[in-house]
Write a protein that binds this ligand. Sequence first.
Ligand code: DP6
Length: 368
Amino acid sequence: MSEKDFIAHHQASIENGNFQWSAPSNIALVKYWGKKDKQIPANPSISFTLNNCKTITKLAFVKRGFSTALDVTSSDFSFDLLFEGKPKENFKPKIQKFFERIEIYCPYLKDYHFTIDTENTFPHSSGIASSASAMAALAINIMSLEKALNPAMTEDFFCQKASFLARLGSGSACRSVKGSVVVWGNHVEINDSSDLFGIEFPSQLHANFKNYQDTILLVDKGEKQVSSTVGHDLMHNHPFAEQRFAQAHQNLSAIKTVLENGNLEEFIKIVESEALTLHAMMMTSLPYFILMKPNTLEIINKIWKFRNETKTPVCFTLDAGANVHVLYPENVRENVLQFIKDELVGYCQNGNYICDAIGNGSQLIIDN
Ligand code: DP6
């Protein structure tokens, strides 16, 4: 598939309707950090799709010119944005930018007035990035409209283009359409992998990873000092960029084998090394920055101690922030949750953490 295969051409006409989809967050095991023009990743990445942390978005649309109250000129996009039922003006520029980026692929967008009504299942300002789930949920809703305009569209194309559009909103969002493990970015050993959209991990996932747990420890809920977009940018001219991109390819090869054979010791090595490398890239950028907090390090050390002492296969990963994702198999859930309650909750802001697990991807809620 190339970019031009995603340009919509023949459409039927449809006056109004609404859809509602949920799309989950995801946590990368091999990280995307650094990108080229047009949201093309500098290296391939792989993630677990989550189950509980999601965005639920309703898209209502009405053809412009059919209601006298609405602008009939269609010179610009026309949409209202509601967050948890209330207008949210400061989210609008992001959506405007997203529409501008995807317009070439969705030329029907200016024909409609949209009401986008969105909410998250996780607390607002929990420090959990909502851009992946939010952009995925919006992209999939738009694809529901496109499918209504072009009913012959296949299921595969629907998902690919939803992921393709989501990527243009936020790179990691392209990994939030499908479950339960998603690869984004060209990799020689992964058939059909693409820089343009995420695909389901094509091998059989080992039983050790069934219902794998992710407990998210909310260390810092504040606004990040450096956004991911700025961080990605700092990988241009980064002294270790080329080595890092090559390493991500190697780690993806290695984790592919691990996800097939269930070797948790190897899994832990790759995942923790990826998390620390991500933050090492931040610390060695110019300007340099640190997103971990003292409690992030306290938690990491406690996890290492607990793992050494109990031989429990529990590990951590980090996204671009201070929160810690604690990853472990379902069969040690009780012990790990007890350990979290006894030893880690004290390092969380207001004692807050979220229990999640590997999930199946986006879900259609309303279709009319
Ligand atoms: C550290 O997808 O948020 O979470 O494409 O600029 O929106 P943009 O960046 P974003 O970056 C995510 C970075 C990461 C690693 C990952 O999810 O792979």
